[in-house]
Design a protein around this ligand. Structure first.
Ligand SMILES: [Zn+2]
Length: 311
């Protein structure tokens, strides 16, 4: 089944700060079966590849009197609904014949290599393969989903990066493993950083900021102090001003997508090969699931990538 309607989110608009946040780098499709999903045109040009980021749209699960596409096994939803939703999503991507490989995610730095579909559940937060007919999938509802594609070596990866995984450099570790297993050259890689909670909404404690600061030299660029309007010097507390000055705030906002984009650049990817969605899960409850916003009654989205054919 091929997508019926295609809606470009906006005209090409290249931002000077981050050219790949351009909305034209992403397309929202609605399939004949009603499933809404996002794709990156730069990935879609490869006929042997399948990929997609699900939204909340479509599906058979009932949430707040509406139908949603919940792709994760949650307490509020029936198992058979989730299985049916997964079938609908795969069918929308014309990937019904691929074997879905879904990890038991635990906010780790663990990368799993698959050469066949697993017989038992695997725990980890990134999956890589160069085997045909496997559909690597990861679930999110605020955390950052990242898909990686090596078109030269025909190798792929799916990565789940919340703040803990980001701190553990899960995406850098995944690329390291692709180099080892598939001789991937990072400058060949394409990366799609999908919808996640944005720097506009993702409040974290200053202890999280301190942990990032101890690990990454450019971490101050990823944080934004919560402003009350009369604080002239944002991030002053990060610059280790002497005591007696402004007290550190209790919370700050973290842009996880920026942090992961920086890791991709540090790993050797070219800036123009990194495509960052600007959709914030917490800002768009009409389109996406957000755990922060909806709590335990939130659904789960899935980002998937697979090699469907040799040609
Ligand atoms: Zn937001």
């Amino acid at each position: 089944m091929t997508p019926k309607k295609t809606k470009t989110l906006s005209r090409t608009r290249i931002s000077r700060n981050n050219p790949t946040t351009s909305r034209a780098a992403w397309k929202l499709h609605t399939s004949e079966n009603g499933v809404g999903f996002l794709q990156v045109p730069a990935f879609s040009v490869f006929p042997w590849l399948v990929h997609g980021f699900s939204t909340a749209q479509g599906g058979v699960s009932t949430l707040n009197d509406g139908k949603v596409l919940n792709l994760g096994f949650t307490e509020w939803d029936a198992r058979e609904n989730v299985q049916q939703n997964r079938k609908l999503f795969q069918s929308a991507l014309a990937a019904a014949d691929l074997a879905l490989v879904s990890l038991q995610q635990f906010h780790s730095g663990v990368v799993c290599v698959f050469s066949s579909g697993p017989n038992e559940p695997y725990s980890g937060d990134a999956a890589i393969t160069n085997t045909l007919h496997l559909l690597l999938g990861l679930q999110t509802a605020d955390c950052v989903p990242i898909l990686l594609l090596d078109p030269k070596k025909r190798a792929i990866a799916a990565v789940h990066a919340g703040w803990r995984g980001t701190l553990q450099r899960i995406v850098e570790k995944t690329i390291g493993r692709m180099k080892m297993e598939f001789k991937t050259n990072p400058s060949d890689l394409l990366a799609a950083i999908g919808p996640a909670i944005g720097g506009c909404c993702y409040e974290v404690g200053t202890e999280v900021a301190a942990a990032f600061l101890s690990q990454f030299g450019n971490a101050p660029e990823w944080f934004d102090e919560l402003r009350t309007g009369d604080e002239p010097n944002p991030l002053q507390w990060l610059n280790q001003f002497p005591p007696g000055h402004q007290r550190p705030p209790e919370n700050v906002r973290l842009d996880l997508r920026k942090a992961n984009r920086a890791q991709l650049i540090a790993a050797g990817l070219r800036g123009q090969n990194i495509f960052v969605s600007d959709l914030c899960t917490a800002c768009r409850p009409d389109l996406l699931f957000s755990y922060r916003k909806q709590g335990s009654e939130s659904g789960r989205m899935m980002a998937v990538i697979g090699i469907r054919a040799e040609k």
